[in-house]
Each structure stands twice: as C-alpha cells, then as structure tokens.
Design a protein around this ligand. Structure first.
Ligand code: SF4
Length: 387
C-alpha cells in the first residue's frame, strides 16, 4: 500500500462551480485534515510568488482558500518566498488584502536571516535555511508544476529545495553541477579549436570561462545534451556527463531533507497545482504558453508520493510543440515530456531516487480522485442521432 495522494482533476463533468479546481482544493484540504492540524501553529505557506511579468503562478483564489482553511483551524498563516520574488509580489496579486495573510521574504528583507546546517556535498559545506521557514511550526508546501532548465521538472521538491534556502545556498546548489570536471583544457590547447567547440553549440551553452581563462564553462541550464559539441571537441577534452546533471538533483533532495527536518513529524502538507505548465521555472520573470494540457491539483503528506503521482499523471501527455518558444529544440523523444524538452540527462525521476534514499517518503502511492469525472448519459430514451 502506498501513501495517499488526493487528486482533483482539471476536467469536470458539469458546468458547475462545485466541480472546478478551487472547489476541489477544499475537498483535498478536508481529506488532508488541514483545519484539524493547525490549531495555534505558525503556518508558513511556501509558494512561488513569481517574478516580474509572470502570470502562471498559483492564482490567488487558491492561496486564499488555503489561508482561510488555516485560519478556520486556529492557525496563524503567512506566505513566504525568496526575497527577490516577494519584492513586487503584490503586482501579481499576492497581497494581504487579496490572499488574507502577510507575504514575507523567507530570509528577511536583506536575505540575511537564516539557520546554518552543516552537511558537506560537493562545493557546499553549510546549507542556510531561511529564518522564517525554520521559525514556523507547520509547513504548507504549495507548488506550481512546470518545467525546469536544470533538472527538467519543477514541482513540490523544487519549491522547497530552492525556495527555502537563502540566495547564497541557492547559488551554491546550482554550482554543484560544475564541481566535477567536464572540460579538460590540456586536451585542447589551441584557442582557435576551443572557440570552434564553443561556437558549435546552437544553444549558447558553452562559453569561455570568465574566471579561468583557457577553460570552457558549460551552462547546464541551456544544454539539452544534443551532442553537437562532442563532434567538434578533440577527444577527451569535453564530457557531457550524467554526474554534472544529476548533482543538482541530489542537491535538491538534500536541501529538501534539511528543510523538512526542521518540522516535527506530521507538521507538513504538500500541494501541487499542475496547470499552466510552462517550459521553465517561474523565476524567469515571464510566462510563456503552456506546453502540456492542464492536469489538476494534488495533495499529500508524502512529498515523494505527491511528486511521483504528478510525474505519472503528466508522463503520457502530448507535448504541445506548437506552443514551444522557437529557441527550444526537441531532439530525443524518449522519457517524460519535460525530459524530452530539456534533454535525456535531466530525468525528473532522479531527484525522487535521491529523496527516497534520504528517507523523504515513498514513491509508492494510492491516488484518490476527490471527484471523478462522470460519463454522462445524454438522454434517458433510446439513442437518437444528433442530426
Ligand atoms: S550537448 Fe548540445 S546543447 Fe549541450 S553544450 Fe553541447 S552542443 Fe550545446
């Protein structure tokens, strides 16, 4: 038996408000017994408030419902996000007047309020959990599902992994991809050849390293592992290697484990809204067209079960290629749609493997649809053709 995951489909049977996603959110919160669990708790609702012109983050109507449920249960809610996203959050509809609670920068206005946790991993020694996250006694992790250029997929784990650390640690987590060498300059001493290698990348992922002249720097976010550069690079000079790509996902699992360890057992709930799923994460400061059909809303106490069920529900969807920005390219159609978009080494399941090894939860789940879509009998009388 797996962990329960409560699911509200974006599809509905009738044209009724009671069958839409905000109404299904109430049902999911009921099944999670959120109101019964938050009395006298300081509840942080960790969500991504977007950036600049982003309009695909969680609509305020959903956030307000979670805030109200916490208040109904006697808890004290606040929304928290990283400092640079909270600046201007009210422009995207996240203000106390609209959502019903304050919106705070998780690491304080200067992003300098944190608790350090020592846990060596590649270039990282200390992980700095944002102060307001660790000070809270109950966590509602409310994620928006979308693609991510570093790991293919951004959902509940990424919402905590990056969003609960201060900027210094977020930057260090991205740098884990560069810890293991991928450019071996001794095998390519000729600057003209090095330039050719860099110029072979159509996605501008290979550049001269500003800090180490003579070295190439790989922007892994832009790299879809098409392999063109490997055809130009002298033998042994360049590696497009899983170790670099998977480092970020392992860092995300570790970061999430550290954040969750600051809450007592039973004091965390995870929600994922899988609508308006765009190619890249909400920090980019804009919204592009959705590239997958809307799926719905999921909730669970088990972050891994939630993430696995989200991946499974999106696994067989058609990538809406006509909605892709023309700068993006699909060269490999194997795997999850987000993996097809960002490249085979950005396997969104990888972080779940690391997470399970760290005891974050279970990938086994039981999906409970809170309002299954019904098939409608068109007429009680025998079949009559439409024309
Ligand atoms: S594998 Fe493709 S996308 Fe990645 S750096 Fe090489 S050419 Fe660029």
């Amino acid at each position: 038996m797996g962990s329960p995951v409560y699911f509200g489909s974006a599809h509905q049977t009738r044209l009724e408000a009671s069958e839409t996603l905000p109404a299904k959110l109430d049902l999911i919160l009921d099944r999670l017994h959120l109101r019964d669990r938050v009395k006298d708790e300081t509840v942080v609702i960790k969500m991504h408030t977007g950036n600049n012109l982003n309009y695909s983050t969680i609509p305020p109507v959903f956030v307000r419902k979670v805030v109200q449920a916490v208040k109904d249960g006697g808890g004290k809610p606040f929304v928290a996000d990283v400092t640079w996203d909270v600046e201007g959050a009210e422009l995207r509809g996240y203000s106390p007047e609209i959502i019903g609670c304050p919106v705070y920068p998780a690491g304080g206005p200067q992003d300098k309020y944190f608790y350090a946790h020592e846990r060596p991993f590649k270039n990282i020694r200390e992980w700095k959990v944002a102060g307001l996250i660790e000070d809270a006694s109950f966590l509602v992790n409310f994620a928006h599902v979308k693609g991510h250029p570093s790991c293919g997929f951004g959902g509940a784990i990424k919402n905590l992994a990056l969003g609960c650390m201060v900027g210094e640690t977020r930057g260090a987590m991205h740098d884990t991809c560069h810890f293991d060498r991928y450019w071996f300059s001794e095998k390519c001493p000729d600057p003209a050849v090095r330039k050719q290698v860099a110029e072979s990348c159509p996605h501008l992922a290979l550049v001269e390293d500003k800090e180490r002249p003579g070295e190439l720097h790989l922007h892994l976010e832009q790299c879809n592992q098409c392999g063109r550069c490997l055809r130009v690079a002298p033998a042994g000079s360049l590696r497009i290697d899983p170790v670099n790509f998977h480092a970020f996902q392992e860092a995300c699992a570790i970061s999430t484990a550290i954040t969750l360890s600051t809450f007592a057992p039973g004091k965390t709930v995870h929600l994922s809204l899988a609508t308006n799923m765009t190619p890249v994460c909400d920090c980019f400061g804009f919204t592009t067209l959705a590239i997958l059909p809307d799926v719905g809303l999921l909730g669970s106490d088990d972050i891994l079960a939630l993430e696995k069920s989200t991946l499974d529900l999106t696994a067989d969807l058609r990538l809406i290629e006509e909605n892709l920005p023309t700068s993006l390219e699909i060269h490999d159609r194997r795997g999850h749609p987000f993996q097809q978009l960002h490249g085979p080494l950005k396997d969104p399941h990888k972080v779940l493997e690391y997470g399970e090894a760290l005891g974050l939860g279970s990938r086994a789940y039981d999906l409970d649809d809170v309002m299954p879509v019904e098939s409608i009998a068109r007429s009680p009388v025998k079949y009559i053709s439409a024309r």
